[in-house]
Each structure stands twice: as C-alpha cells, then as structure tokens.
Ligand binder design. Structure first.
Ligand code: PBG
Length: 323
C-alpha cells in the first residue's frame, strides 16, 4: 500500500502531538522590558506599544510585583531621563532613573532578576550612542562612559548588565571595570549581534532616543550580513560575555540559529518593539489572531535556538502558559 510512510499518523491525536513536540515555551525564559522615567506617580502609555508604559521610579515596584507574580523571572530596565547632555551624564548618575529604579525593585521584589540596558543613546542630547566629535561617535572615549554606567547599575543592585551600544571593545571595558570594583561575579549579557533595524522605531519613541541627525549604521550591523554575526559573537565571548544576544529576533532567526550552533554559550533573542507593534496593529484591524500569532512568534524564536527571550509579550504569553 502506498504511501507506507505517513507523517500524519503522528498528528491525529493531540496526546501524541504533544508527546512528539520538539519545542516548548516556558515563562522561565522570558525577560520583560520596563521603561523608567522621571517624575512621580507617572504611568505614561506608549502609543505604538499597547500595554507598555513609561513609569516613574515610585510606581515601578508595583509593576515588578505583577511581573514576578506571573512567574516571569527577570526584567530589563531602560531609562527615559529628564536631563540629557553631550556626555550622557544621566547614564552613570548614581541618582539616575535606572539606578533608583533598580534599588526600588530589588527592595520590593528581591527575587526578581534585574538586568540593566547599558547604552548612552537615551541620555545624550543628540540621541547617539556615544560621545560625538564632528558628527562621528568616538569609540574609545565612549567605552569609559559605558563602563561607568555599568558599574553604577551594579552598585545600585543590578544582577546583570546588558550593553546594547555596539561600540568595539565595550564588553572588555565593562568586564574590567566591574572586576576592579569587586563585581567579578556579575554576568554580562552582550547585545553581541545587533542589527541596524527599522524594527526599533516604537522603542525610540518610548525611550525618546531617536538620533537628532543621521542613523546608527556606523556601529550597528548591516541586515544583509550573516557571517559577520559570528565574528561579532566570537569577539564578545573573547572579551568575557556570558550570554550573547541577537537582536531583532523575528527577521533574524537564521542568525539566532547560527550563533546557537557555533558557540557554547546561552543565546538570548530580543523580540523588539516593531515586532510587537505589528502584531498589535494587525490584531486591532481584525486581520490576525493576537494570541495565536504571538505564541507562534515566540515559539519560532525558541525553536531557532534562543534560550532567553526578551519580549514585550512576556506578560500576555505568561498568562496563556500559566493557564
Ligand atoms: C539602545 C537600545 C535600542 C533597543 C534596545 N536598546 C534602540 C536602538 O538601538 O536604537 C531597541 C529595543 C526595541 O526596539 O524593542 N539603548
């Protein structure tokens, strides 16, 4: 009888489908991004990211409690400061929004793992990721400021730092600074493979970090490049990165898979703001099913090889997975 081999035999029963399922999502691998802003009693909705808010330090612990109650083990913090200047001083101010928020969250929910994003773009008056001279980002002087920012986050109580700036040598600069401050046990999750992507649009609105001129092509990667991802990953491992991140996630599943296979370190993937916004927009128009598409996207990121998923969907997905 033809056909002898019938893959459908494994698909008729939901029990058997579950037994042979190759990938599963778990809430334990989610990281939820939080935006911390100045002021008090502020919870400003982010237009293009439904369900996301920029929150002041005094109310952020409440959000942290809700996140932890859903079983989400970690958050990553982004600052939206009041004061911006050429030297990004808010990035390493001990009383900066992120530093204060870390203290609040660790005090209120000590079990919640707090990661901080280390970059200068949210803190510079020009919105670029480093110190400028004649319109160019100076690499090495920027490293010093990044290291100061990372140290200030860890002093405030951060459990892990995540440099997202894409300057050359930042992992080593941060590792060296943390070690000399007695923080050798604090891990670094580096945005090792970060592309220059239009999918960051909604985030830049949220973080008020759109560059006032130019773009980020002089440091973030060209979306056309695949082999170069392995070069970036290898460099960061050599400099002491503990976890490598690929960003964005959805249009870069091939890169997640490549990095996962090439290196023996955990891989994180950042399911970015534009990926989140598109699903909401499509669902609002009634053209796609929000929950099903969200779960399929997250599953695909996991299937590609991500151990950790940073996602604005974390809370909605956790509610489904906990059911
Ligand atoms: C830089 C940073 C960005 C994102 C995370 N960290 C923006 C950028 O590089 O322009 C984007 C995250 C997202 O789009 O969800 N601090």
């Amino acid at each position: 009888m033809f056909p002898v081999v019938r893959p459908r035999r494994l698909r008729y029963s939901s029990v058997l489908r579950e037994m042979v399922r190759e990938t599963s999502l778990s809430v334990g691998s989610f990281v939820y991004p939080l935006f911390v802003t100045f002021g008090t009693n502020t919870r400003r909705p982010i237009q293009s990211m439904p369900g996301c808010f920029a929150e002041s330090v005094d109310v952020i612990a409440e959000s942290a409690r809700d996140i932890y109650a859903l079983g989400i083990p970690a958050v990553i913090l982004f600052g939206v400061p009041h004061h911006k200047d050429e030297q990004a001083s808010g990035a390493y101010d001990p009383d900066g929004v992120v530093q204060l928020a870390v203290q609040e969250i660790k005090h209120a929910v000590p079990e919640l793992f707090v990661i901080t994003d280390v970059c200068l773009c949210e803190y510079t008056s020009h919105g670029h990721c480093g110190v400028l001279e004649n319109g160019q980002i100076l690499n090495d002087p920027t490293l010093e400021l990044l290291a100061r920012a990372a140290v200030s986050h860890v002093r405030a109580g951060a459990d892990m730092v995540a440099p997202s700036d894409m300057m050359d040598g930042r992992v080593m600069a941060i590792r060296t600074a943390l070690d000399s401050e007695g923080c050798a046990s604090i891990p670094i999750m580096s945005y090792a493979v970060k592309y220059s992507s239009a999918f960051y649009g909604p985030f830049r609105e949220a973080a008020e970090s759109t560059p006032t001129f130019g773009d980020r092509k002089s440091h973030q990667m060209d979306p056309a490049n695949r082999r170069e991802a392995l070069k970036e990953a290898a460099i960061d491992i050599n400099e002491g990165a503990d976890i490598l991140m690929v960003k964005p996630a959805l249009s870069y599943l091939d890169i997640i898979s490549d990095v996962k296979h090439a290196f023996n370190v955990p891989v994180a993937a950042y399911n970015v703001s534009g990926e989140y916004a598109m699903v909401h927009a499509g669902a609002r128009l009634g053209w796609i099913d929000y929950e099903k598409v969200m779960m399929e996207i997250l599953l695909s990121i996991k299937r590609a090889g991500a151990d950790i998923i940073l996602t604005y969907f974390a809370k909605d997905a956790a509610k489904i997975l906990n059911d």
